[in-house]
Design a protein around this ligand. Structure first.
Ligand code: BMA
Length: 327
C-alpha cells in the first residue's frame, strides 16, 4: 500500500476570529462551563444553539442561545431551557449532555437527541419541540452505554433512522437503527468502524453533528479519539454515505481534517478537545458554520464549504474495498 506523505496541509475549516464565541462569562446565571451545542436555523433565519451547560455541581443541562448572525449578539435564556428530570426520567440522574438537532419536515418539529447520564452509564434520549420552549420527551431510545446520536431528517424506506455510538470493550463504532414510530428501534447495523493501532481514529469514534444531506450522499463529520499518555485527543474526520442506503459508506478520509490547535481548544477543563454537535448552512447552500465545544469549556465556530469538503473526500478518501486492505 502506498501512503502519500505531505509536508503541508490546507485548512478545510477556518476558525472564526471572534472565537470562542460563547463562554461561561456570557451566561446570565452562575455556571461552570458551556460547550458542545446543537445548532439549527429558525424560521426567521436566526441561529439557535442548544448549549450543554455544566453547573457547579458537575451536572449538565441544556440552554438555548439565539443570534441574528450566528456569531454574536446572543440572547441566552435567563434560566435552563431543558433540565434533567430524574423523578420522571431516572436515566437523567446525572444530567443531560451533547444535544444534536434535526429539523424533521414531516413532523414540522425539531428532534433533539441527547445523552442522558444514568446510574447505568450514558444512554441516548429523544425529545421533540416546535419552539425550544416546550419539549415532548420520549425518554431513553438507546440504552447505556450509547451516545453521539442524531436522527436523519426523513424516513429511509418508510422508517426513521438514527445514527448512534454504542460502546463495547472491543471498540466504540458508529451504528444505525430504524424505527416505525421513533419509540421502538431495531434493525441495528454497524456503519463505520473505528480503525485500530496507531490511527488517529483508532478504537473509538462517534458521530459529531447530524449528517449533512448533499446530492452526493450524507456527508458525515465524525470524531476520533486518540488515547495518549497525557490524555485523550479529539479530532474530526469525514465520511460519505449513500443517500437511500445510509448503511453504505462510499468514502472515508484517511487523515483528520480538524484538531485542537488554538489555545482555547488545547487548554480547558478537558485539554485537546474539539467537539462539534451542530452546524447551519448559509443561504448560498454551501457555506457551513460548524459549532464546536472547545476543551469542554467554551463554544467556538469554524467555517467551511460543503463543496470543498466533498472535493477533499474525492481526493483523500478511500472506498470500502481499499480500507479492507488496511485492517
Ligand atoms: C466525550 C463526550 C463529550 C466531551 C468529550 C471530551 O466522551 O462526553 O461530551 O466533550 O468526551 O471530554
Amino acid at each position: 500500500m502506498s501512503v502519500a506523505i505531505t509536508t503541508r496541509y490546507e485548512p478545510l475549516l477556518l476558525r472564526h476570529p471572534a472565537n470562542p464565541i460563547l463562554t461561561a462569562k456570557d451566561w446570565p446565571y452562575s455556571i461552570n462551563s458551556v460547550f458542545n451545542a446543537g445548532a439549527t436555523l429558525l424560521a426567521d433565519g436566526s441561529t439557535l444553539l442548544l448549549c450543554r451547560v455544566e453547573d457547579r455541581r458537575g451536572i449538565s443541562h441544556l440552554c438555548a442561545a439565539r443570534s441574528r448572525n450566528g456569531v454574536d449578539g446572543w440572547k441566552i435564556d435567563s434560566e435552563p431551557t431543558l433540565l434533567s428530570s430524574p423523578k420522571e426520567y431516572p436515566e437523567e440522574l446525572w444530567g443531560i449532555e451533547d444535544p444534536r438537532i434535526t429539523f424533521v419536515p414531516e413532523l414540522q418539529q425539531y428532534a433533539v437527541t441527547y445523552t442522558s447520564y444514568s446510574r447505568g452509564g450514558p444512554g441516548v434520549s429523544l425529545a421533540l419541540t416546535k419552539d425550544f420552549r416546550s419539549f415532548e420527551r420520549y425518554g431513553v431510545i438507546m440504552s447505556p452505554d450509547d451516545k453521539d446520536s442524531a436522527l436523519l431528517p426523513r424516513r429511509i424506506d418508510g422508517y426513521w433512522a438514527l445514527i448512534h455510538r454504542p460502546m463495547t470493550p472491543l471498540g466504540s463504532h458508529m451504528w444505525i437503527s430504524y424505527s416505525p414510530d421513533l419509540r421502538h428501534w431495531g434493525r441495528h447495523r454497524l456503519i463505520l468502524e473505528a480503525r485500530r493501532g496507531a490511527w488517529w481514529d483508532a478504537n473509538k469514534i462517534g458521530l459529531s453533528p447530524p449528517p449533512i444531506e448533499t446530492s452526493r450522499g450524507w456527508l458525515v463529520l465524525y470524531h476520533g479519539v486518540r488515547h495518549t499518555p497525557s490524555g485523550c485527543l479529539y479530532r474530526l474526520g469525514l465520511a460519505l454515505f449513500e443517500l437511500e442506503n445510509p448503511e453504505k459508506c462510499l468514502l472515508r478520509g484517511d487523515s483528520w481534517i480538524f484538531g485542537p490547535e488554538a489555545d482555547y481548544e488545547r487548554h480547558g477543563d478537558v485539554d485537546d478537545v474539539v467537539f462539534p454537535c451542530g452546524y447551519t448552512i448559509d443561504a448560498d447552500g454551501d457555506t457551513i458554520n460548524i459549532y464546536y465545544g472547545a476543551a469542554d469549556c467554551s463554544i467556538a465556530l469554524a467555517r467551511s464549504s460543503v463543496r470543498t469538503l466533498l472535493k477533499w473526500l474525492d481526493a483523500n478518501g478511500s472506498s470500502e474495498r481499499r480500507r479492507d486492505q488496511d485492517r
